[in-house]
Each structure stands twice: as structure tokens, then as C-alpha cells.
Design a protein around this ligand. Sequence first.
Ligand SMILES: N[C@@H](CCC(=O)N[C@@H](CS)C(=O)NCC(=O)O)C(=O)O
Length: 203
Amino acid sequence: MKLFYGQPSPFVRKVMITAHELGLIDRLEIVDGGGTPVAPNQDLAKVNPIRKIPTLVTDDGSVLYDSGVICEYLDSLHGRDKIFPAAGPARFEALRLHALADGLMDTAVQLRYEMTLRPEQYRWDEWIDGQMSRIESTLAGIEASVGTFGDSLTIGTISCGCALGYLDFRYSERDWRPAFPNSGDWYADFSQRDSMLATQPRL
Ligand SMILES: N[C@@H](CCC(=O)N[C@@H](CS)C(=O)NCC(=O)O)C(=O)O
């Protein structure tokens, strides 16, 4: 399987953590998929019209996106405990947490583009403040749920780990831990998993 990849992407990290946890990492061939909204990756554009990473080309040539779909596909390939729980309340809670963390990551990635790609004279402070406020409210959403996480490994907890890790990576000047201490306690343990250590973003 071929994975269009970018080291700093929290969505790619979600797929990489999943592959590590499910024992599938050696089956992924990594290819560079890096690009931006203003400079799309041309190889990626040939297979994914959205032009975003992660994108997976399976062994039979099918193309899968986005990160959640790829993770669910990987979850269908192994005999270990599933990270997408079977139908029922546990499944919908995992999917809800996944959506919550994806909302945080989407906001943080788009804001990063705004701050680094958009020429300074075109930046809009109210929009930036609104996005920062959304990051805070999604953090509050994680804090409200983190007491139920325990040591569970689902698409929801993996995504929350990616979201918090991305804030540490790109927004390190704004430490979220003092305002969200229970999330901080959970993340202190979760971030020590081998899959998290193996996929740490770096500059
Ligand atoms: N919903 C998508 C989001 C993926 C995404 O935003 N990827 C970013 C990198 S973190 C990207 O490819 N950006 C390139 C662009 O926007 O042109 C997913 O879950 O895979």
C-alpha cells in the first residue's frame, strides 16, 4: 500500500499511529504528498481530487481518503482488537470523539495556513480570534470527555492524541495544559505509547 505522507500533518499521524498499533506499518510504502492550498502536490492531485494528505493507494490500486476512511480500512486488515468498535454506543462515542478531534485539527491546520501562507496585509484578526476560540472550545469538549478514556485505544482516543500533539508542535507558545488539566494527565500517558513516540512531528 502506498501512503501519500507529510511528516508534520496530524491527519497523516493518525494513520501512522493506527498502522503502528495494528501491526501494519511495514505494509506502508511512504511517498511524499506535501503541498499547500496554493501549491498543490501534483502527484497527489492525480489520485485525490481534494489534494490532501493522507491518501492511500491500496494493493489493488483503489484510492482511499480521508484519514478516517483510511484508518477504518486498516482496521479491516488485521485480527487484533478493533479501533472502530462494533455497532452500538461505544462505536458512536468513538466516532464522536474522532469528529471532535478532527474539528480541532482542521481548525489548527487552517489557522496555521492563515498565519504562514497568507500575506500579512490580508490577514483578518477577527477570523484568527474566532479560530483560536474554536480551538479552546474543542479542547473543553475533550476535557469534558477525557475522564471516560482510561487506557482505551479507539479512533477517538488516537485522534485526540494527534490533536493535542499538534497543538504542542505548532502552538507550543500557548500551553493548553493549565486550563485542561485532565486532558494533560491523560496525554502524559498516551503520548508515551510506542506508536506516539515513533510518529512525533518535528521541524
Ligand atoms: N479531512 C482530511 C484533512 C486532511 C488535511 O487537512 N490535510 C492537510 C495536511 S494536514 C493537507 O493535505 N493540506 C493540503 C491542502 O490543503 O492543500 C483528513 O482527515 O484526511
